[in-house]
Ligand binder design. Structure first.
Ligand code: TA6
Length: 309
């Protein structure tokens, strides 16, 4: 059992447990009942907020079809590496004494720090020494935040793209709309990454969607009318937003995904895709994602006064 802090009548805690695969998993618990593992995020009522496929293959370090896999150092197939890079297919270590975060960079009431360094195998396919630190935190109210810090510990500069491949669990995809991406340009992965401009005043789903919205605002909302719940997605250092739902036909072609499961999930990723990030030796990049699940009466207007929705 890891460090714990008393808050109100319950304790925030972090513990390492063995999952049914015998693999160590870190579990964060917040005072009012919310909990998180990077493939699971539950609210205070114990309801799961992230999607994981019933057909997910738990053969670590292979990425699991669900949760929040990390795409690094390559997003998608925009490069010579395996799809979405190798970070999501590696075993990470818990770091007990990480370098402090930037001043004022607040994190939740309980957190864990994970570290990834390249293996000999990784250096053969991507010859760059890096340190990838991930802090996963749970706020007292159950908000989930992830702070990625990528440091160039190599002698030469390197460039990468990145995404928090966030599988949100939804009631029914036809009941869902995304607010905050209207009027933006996007690259359509279904049309050879051709560039289009979003015409709709909210994004709804009636077919396969695989897009990278460019220069997206740091706040977006995913409204789920079926659950009367809204996911608020805040990001920092991540200029793009990826939206993906495989719909019916593509779902049937994905081995670790149920044929009808496209109805219960939506990926909305904070990402850096269009303009990859270049780090010179010694430089460090930070990309932050914060997820909250609130009753749908909440309106995005309250979030971002600059927005004129
Ligand atoms: O995020 C969108 C995307 O790049 C899609 O093109 C689709 O391939 C999806 O990721 C899933 O990728 P995966 O490698 O996990 O099957």
């Amino acid at each position: 059992m890891g460090p714990s802090a008393a808050l109100g009548d319950q304790r925030a805690s972090m513990e390492v447990v063995k999952d049914w695969n015998g693999i160590d998993q870190v579990v964060l618990r917040a005072p009012r009942g919310a909990s998180a593992r990077v493939i699971s995020w539950r609210n205070g009522r114990g309801e799961e907020l992230l999607f994981t496929s019933s057909k997910a293959i738990f053969r670590p370090p292979k990425a699991i079809r669900g949760g929040i896999p990390l795409c690094f150092p390559q997003f998608g197939n925009c490069g010579s590496l395996e799809q979405h890079g190798f970070a999501r297919n590696r075993m990470w270590v818990v770091e007990d004494d990480p370098p402090p975060l930037r001043t004022g960079e607040s994190t939740g009431c309980v957190s864990v720090d994970l570290l990834l360094r390249p293996s000999e195998e990784d250096l053969k396919c991507w010859p760059h020494c890096f340190e990838f630190r991930l802090r996963v935190s749970l706020g007292a109210d159950g908000d989930l935040s992830m702070i990625s810090r990528i440091r160039n510990v190599d002698g030469k500069k390197f460039t990468f793209s990145f995404a928090y491949h966030t599988y949100l669990s939804v009631s029914d995809i036809s009941e869902v709309r995304i607010e905050g991406l209207e009027t933006l340009d996007y690259l359509d992965n279904l049309c050879n990454r051709e560039r289009f401009t979003e015409q709709e005043d909210a994004i709804t789903f009636e077919s396969e969607v695989d897009r990278v919205y460019l220069g997206s605002p740091d706040v977006a909302a995913v409204l789920d009318h079926g659950k009367k719940q809204t996911f608020i997605i805040k990001k920092e250092g991540l200029p793009d937003t990826v939206v993906w739902n495989p719909w019916e036909k593509k779902s049937k072609s994905i081995v670790d995904f149920g044929d009808d499961e496209y109805k219960q999930m939506l990926c909305v990723d904070g990402a850096a895709v269009e303009r990859p990030i270049t780090l010179r030796p010694g430089e460090e990049w930070t990309g932050r994602l914060e997820l909250s699940a609130v009753p749908s009466s909440f309106c995005i207007k309250n979030l971002d006064p600059t927005r004129s929705i």
